[in-house]
Write a protein that binds this ligand. Sequence first.
Ligand SMILES: Nc1ncnc2c1ncn2[C@@H]1O[C@H](COP(=O)(O)OP(=O)(O)O)[C@@H](O)[C@H]1O
Ligand SMILES: [Mg+2]
Length: 563
Amino acid sequence: MTLLNKGCNKHTFDPSPTPIDNDQIQSPVIFLDHMKTVVIGLLGTVMDKRGKGVKRWNSWRPTIGIFMQDDLLVDRVELLHDDRDERLANNVGADIESLSPDTEVGLHRIKFKDPWDFEHVYSTLLDFVERYPFKPEEERYLIHITTGTHVAQICWFLLCEANYIPGALLQTSPGRGDKSVAGNYHIIDLDLSKYDAISSRFKRQQLEGTEFLKSGIATRNSRFNSMIQQIERVAIRSPAPILITGPTGAGKSQLARKIYELKNMRGLVQGEFVAVNCATLRGDSAMSALFGHSRGAFTGAQSARKGLLTKAHQGLLFLDEIGELGLDEQAMLLHAIEEKTFYPVGSDNPVLSDFQLIAGTNRDLQKQVQEGSFREDLLARINLWSYQLPGLKDRREDIEPNLEFELQKAEQQLSHKVSFNKTARERFLAFANQPDSLWSGNFRDLNAAVQRMATLSDGGRINETTVKEECERLQRFWHHTQAAGSLPALEEVLSGEQIEDIDLFDQYQLRQVIAICRDSRTMSDAGRQLFNRSRLKKSSSNDSHRLRQYLTKFGLSFEDLQD
Ligand SMILES: Nc1ncnc2c1ncn2[C@@H]1O[C@H](COP(=O)(O)OP(=O)(O)O)[C@@H](O)[C@H]1O
Ligand SMILES: [Mg+2]
């Protein structure tokens, strides 16, 4: 494909058309369906400009030529022009109207500070197309690439290739003989699958503070938002340890990394981000992985090793699943945090490391302290600032903005636009918000769902069938994980005597109900989940009341079941 004429730096329009592979060209084309045809293009400041005199009709003008084609009927044209060229745009618009009275002419002022600056032109055109109300089901779009600089031509190509514009390219060229004024045209339909190798560029947004911590996702859950605001303040103002708790996939690891990046951007840490999952540190090697060892410290220690704490000097150490750390390692860690020094395995010489600490866990550390598997003094040291990240089912209002975010991520991975059709989107969101949609893997589930739908959809347009299949898949998955997860034992809430009185049938049911109550913040949340079907059929009006009655039968209350 030789459409992009690299290295061309002429400042005027080059009338010799750039060569195009013949198999890309489909011209002339007569459209027989009922779709409207819309041409979008830049005003040509050189070739479209031939004065106001009658002589202008004797020369080929690329934009005007489009409306002289017998087999190309254009319902609307959108002509983009710089502020400076307002008069020319009006004149060209008037000429189009005189040639083709049925064509609607839209003139759009844009600011082209430097039409030869790639980034500027790309983002200006991207801004325009992002705001443009494309209706690909009703209208066919042809992007006129002959006018404007070669930079603009390349940008149009990239935008079409990445499916930001659901259209084809339109190239016009001067003609000979009786075609000399009208010229010729070619429609180039980029078959996306052929160009996967050309990855498109995405502008990287510079985000500030809380926006940065939230990856620019406009979240709506007020508790989550105020928590992030506080984390931002703490991250900027304090080097003290931070503890992040929350279920798997709630974003603990990601938040830790973002905090590091924010601190780093503000010059608050100079060293590295060192992350380790403590569940992977087992046995003897755990000490040496964290604190290093001296040469000959144990059999096999042929050379000294530095350890993760040293690596994190002047940086940030993220200890994920800190509850998995052994008691000896906990003691050493506490010493290292308090004194900023520690002893590598087999060494009498203290090593200095000044690092900031973020700990993550899915476990209840308080409970671990009671059970003796976590040091109370270490917990006191690390939970000065402790934040519990809610799971997705506790911030369902954020599913929609996160869905947008996931779609953008999928676009970057697949290098083309990904979107839902209207009904498909509504269906997916309705499903996502249902009380029995558990989102047990939280963002991991949402991420995987969007990935699958984006990949399975043709041309990046997700339809209802794809959504339906994905919802069924998620339901099955959650059902399995729930079934596989062990249910609480009745002994945890009832005495042996009480249990003996309950039929086995009821015992199973009660255990499941307890599990759901424990997992819900309020009784109505639990009720909604348990009576989801009758609720839909409107055969039950008060889920909380029904749940309370059920629990009372066994001498239990919702509050009893909350930890
Ligand atoms: N706030 C968030 N919004 C959207 N996606 C997120 C968010 N936090 C994390 N993710 C994504 O969800 C997945 C799981 O996040 P992670 O931080 O590894 O969770 P955890 O450590 O709590 O198990 C990752 O793919 C991550 O990119
Ligand atoms: Mg994690």
